[in-house]
Design a protein around this ligand. Structure first.
Ligand code: HEM
Length: 201
């Protein structure tokens, strides 16, 4: 499962953020023109394996951060992560997340649409009880999962480009989550907070 991401201290770049740096993350820069081209080119290869990448990504996430499993009703008690590799539910969930990444790549030329999409996703994650401190882990696991697929075409520039995209998207998700949380707390007391149950899980 080892996958070292160059120059990436889990906490500093993809790891848990504090409330103070949540605002900074929310303002993360969008990928540059060169980075957009690199991401699009590499996506043409990655997309052939999206189901596989989705599964690897989440199994790795649960291995490195077992606390994330608790957010998913179905995976909460699962200790045998090998069993999850063949789980239909995990495959479906991985595909949902990968489809979002596909949409993000497709909207790289219309950043305002990507922003709106990621903000909305953050709002839904508030209702899934999936807190922002976990979002940034996903980018690191995505990179570890796709690096072997790209083989010699993986470069440090490409890694930087994908990191930038994930930081951009997860920063917006965090902002969406905060906005929804503030809105709900203004509107209702915590006890009244309706729980949007995980659709499939
Ligand atoms: C880059 C980070 C992430 C992305 C892009 C992402 C994307 C998605 C997408 C596209 C969905 C489908 C439903 C919807 O569109 O609202 C979803 C659902 C969900 N996500 Fe995430 N997610 C991320 C991180 C996380 C993390 C870290 C957790 C938990 C630790 C999590 C927990 C959930 C749960 C519980 C659901 C509902 C169940 C389901 O629909 O499968 N997500 N996520």
């Amino acid at each position: 499962m080892g996958c070292a991401i160059s120059g990436l201290a889990a906490k500093a770049e993809f790891g848990e953020t504090t409330t103070e740096d949540a605002a900074a993350a929310a303002a993360a820069a969008s990928p540059s023109e060169d980075q957009i081209q690199m991401i699009k080119e590499s996506w043409k290869v990655i997309r052939d394996d999206i189901a596989k990448v989705g599964i690897i990504m989440f199994v790795r996430l649960f291995e490195t951060h077992p606390e994330c499993k608790d957010v998913f009703f179905l995976f909460r008690g699962v200790e045998d992560l090998e069993r999850l590799r063949t789980s239909r539910e995990l495959r479906a969930h991985g595909l949902r997340v990968m489809s979002f990444i596909e949409k993000s790549v497709a909207r790289l030329d219309q950043l305002e649409r990507l922003e709106a999409l990621a903000l909305e996703l953050g709002k839904s994650h508030y209702h899934y009880n999936a807190p922002p401190k976990y979002y940034s882990y996903v980018g690191a696991e995505f990179i570890c999962a796709v690096r072997p697929i790209l083989k010699e075409n993986w470069t440090s520039e490409l890694e930087e480009a994908w990191k930038t995209l994930f930081q951009f998207v997860t920063g917006l998700m965090k902002r969406g989550y905060e906005e929804e949380s503030n809105r709900r707390h203004l509107a209702t007391s915590p006890k009244e907070r309706p729980d949007k149950r995980n659709t499939a899980l």
